[in-house]
Design a protein around this ligand. Structure first.
Ligand SMILES: [Zn+2]
Length: 277
């Protein structure tokens, strides 16, 4: 009984941001935006990085995994009042703080893993650390990962979470047409996740409004609660397509910044020599 209840609670958490396609696109964009000396670390491993980018969405059996993918801002009083450290979060919300999401601190932790991977000189480890970091960076660029109303449940728009991040991406995004943005070293990288989350959060009102607008075009008597008509998708994409595309591009750019900054922090190491056969 208890186990069933827990499974239901976990299933309700928004774990699967972007879907596999979006997470792969984030990695591909990031690697393309790296300078050659860093990109060399990934030579022949580009597929590996993409293949594992959705792994954290499959770690549901770990009860602590769900909150690693988001940060609800409302319990802290909104985007201008976010805690900077886990200690501050805990002091303000008590034991409940973890359930409201911890993605910015997980990004910091996984970024440190990447620095260590570069220091180890092991290219396979660098590829894996990049993959795992990429997941949380990409999730931080999904607007609905920054709010308690993460599935439109408070505004009678249930399902909007997957309509935006998976429905639109799967139907319309062509990853090969997205232009990579060049990575830059960011000496204050550790502070950036809060900037990304605030920018994501600011996109929510328009996103919800566009979902409602698209819905109004769909006759309610032919609509069940989950399915949407082709007209809905066309209108939602016409309005939110540029936002989806931009958020994917920015996720790729920010992952690139993270990789380049980690490599710099590690002392700009050369990639290991290819084994001679
Ligand atoms: Zn996720």
């Amino acid at each position: 009984m208890k186990a069933t209840l827990l499974a239901l609670l976990l299933a309700a958490l928004p774990l699967s941001a972007w879907g596999d396609k979006g997470h792969r696109a984030t990695c591909a964009l990031a690697l393309k935006g790296l300078p050659p000396e860093v990109r060399a670390w990934y030579a022949g491993r580009e597929g590996e990085v993409e293949d594992h980018a959705s792994d954290p969405d499959h770690w549901r059996q770990d009860r602590k995994e769900g909150p690693r993918h988001f940060l609800d801002m409302e319990p802290y009083g909104g985007p201008d009042h976010l805690p900077r450290t886990v200690e501050e979060a805990q002091a303000r919300l008590g034991g409940d703080f973890y359930r409201t999401g911890v993605v910015p601190w997980i990004i910091q932790d996984r970024w440190r893993d990447l620095v260590e991977a570069f220091r180890s000189g092991d290219a396979a480890r660098v590829a894996m650390a990049t993959s795992i970091l990429s997941h949380y960076v990409a999730d931080a660029h999904v607007p609905l990962h920054t709010t308690e109303n993460h599935d439109g449940q408070a505004t009678n728009q249930r399902g909007v979470h997957s309509r935006w991040e998976t429905g639109l991406v799967e139907r319309y995004v062509q990853p090969e047409t997205l232009s990579p943005l060049p990575a830059e070293v960011d000496p204050r990288f550790m502070e950036r996740p809060w900037d990304w989350l605030r920018a994501s959060h600011a996109l929510i009102p328009q996103l919800l409004e566009d979902d409602r607008t698209a819905d109004r075009t769909t006759p309610s008597d032919t609509r069940d609660r989950t399915r949407r008509t082709p007209a809905y998708w066309m209108i939602f994409w016409a309005r939110q397509g540029p936002v989806v595309t931009r958020q994917l591009q920015l996720a790729g750019k920010h992952l690139g910044d993270a990789v380049l900054s980690a490599w710099t922090e590690a002392g700009r190491p050369s990639p290991p020599a290819k084994p001679v056969h």
